[in-house]
Design a protein around this ligand. Sequence first.
Ligand code: ADP
Ligand code: MG
Length: 248
Amino acid sequence: MNQTVKELQSQFKQLRLVETAEELPRLLREAEQVSWTYLELLEAITHFELNKREEKSIERRMKWAKFPYHKTLMEFQVKEQNALSERQLTQLQELNWLEQQYNLILLGPPGVGKTHLSVGLGIEAIQKGFQVYFVTMGELLHLLKTQEFTHKSQVQIKRLQASDLVIIDDLMYMAMDQREANLFFQVINHLYERSSIILTSNKSPEEWGELMGDEGITTAILDRLLHRVEVVSMNGDSYRMKNRQNLF
Ligand code: ADP
Ligand code: MG
């Protein structure tokens, strides 16, 4: 390779344009082959770097989100359920609710697609530039209770607090004690009017009170969650049961 190109590559690296540095010989070859103008070459270089950065940023945010699995809205079959019409799904996909800090509550028995839908929306949000954090209620309580003495938990809670969309999966699969309800309130209060929350639960909000014990805290949590909210009731047959493979 030409010495000047090597020098240029190292200068690109110094300027922290690492991806472009690697790609420079190819870009220059192409420029020669199809006789790009100077402007076209410069444009190709900046496009390349910006696209790479965008890709990397999406990758980073995907990791940060910690989804339990990768399932997109494309894979969510509207015909397999009756809670959302094609139009409603498209509306959710447009993410206006997220831009306006609305919360979503997805209710329904196991297997109806609550987690899939929340992950699909999360992936969509990441692709549109938002920061997303996925956590189950069980994990969240664990993180909250250990953050005082575990650096790892502290980091995770910080990420959650810095996210535009927080998905809390399986909200009320277990009863909380007073301390847990308090910690949970603090999270909701922090996120209130700052981020959107997607909650999934197999119990309706009327039943949440019982599980949180303390009526005052329950009211305070519900006030914030339900202030700006869209509730999607996903009742129907379990997709898992309908599509399971029969052994016999
Ligand atoms: P839950 O409501 O218990 O959270 P999940 O979202 O985990 O259920 O769905 C269970 C399984 O069924 C997942 O593998 C999910 O991808 C699939 N599933 C559920 N609903 C649909 C749907 N409408 N279209 C495609 N797959 C679905
Ligand atoms: Mg689930």
